[in-house]
Design a protein. Structure first.
Length: 170
């Protein structure tokens, strides 16, 4: 019976060694899982903060739109107000008939324009009001939130939360 004793010791050693290896792998895997969970939690917290920041910015932008009352009750009225301001040379007022995010760009555009270009521009805008009338795009028919005049010059407008129509682009 003694010859079996060394074999038993050998197998006990092998079993203990394998158990230690599996334990070591288990610890490494557990540490990796913990690290991954920690990173995932940090990323989730960052995403939540980003979403909250975007919501705050969106609300601030909405409030800015709500407070902006420059414009008419119809797209045509806003466009006429814009034309009147440009004719008077009040480009600052004219720029206020644009959506908030484009007002500054619109104001700067007059710095580069010659008087002849401005007059030609006005003629096209007046024809746009008088001849075509414009339309609500199919996607916006239900809510009527956008209005387009496409001849002789393209004008796109939208209604603001304050109830006034603003120019998006000309």
């Amino acid at each position: 019976m003694e010859p079996d004793k060394p074999k038993r010791k050998y197998w006990k050693f092998v079993a203990a060694f394998l158990a230690m290896i599996f334990l070591a792998f288990g610890v490494v895997i557990a540490l990796r899982v913990h690290e991954i969970n920690k990173l995932a939690k940090e990323q989730a917290e960052k995403a939540i903060k980003l979403v909250e920041q975007l919501k705050r910015e969106q609300e601030a932008f909405y409030q800015k739109q709500l407070a902006d009352t420059y414009g008419g009750k119809t797209p045509q009225e806003t466009l006429q107000m814009y034309i009147d301001a440009v004719e008077k040379g009040d480009y600052e007022l004219a720029s206020k008939y644009f959506v908030v995010e484009k007002q500054e760009k619109e104001l700067r555009s007059f710095d580069e324009a010659s008087a002849a270009k401005v007059q030609n521009y006005l003629l096209l805008l007046k024809k746009s009001i008088n001849e075509t009338g414009g339309y609500y795009p199919r996607d916006y028919m239900v809510g009527g939130k956008e209005f387009i005049i496409d001849k002789p010059i393209y004008v796109r407008m939208q209604i603001y939360p304050s109830g006034v129509w603003k120019i998006i682009e000309i």
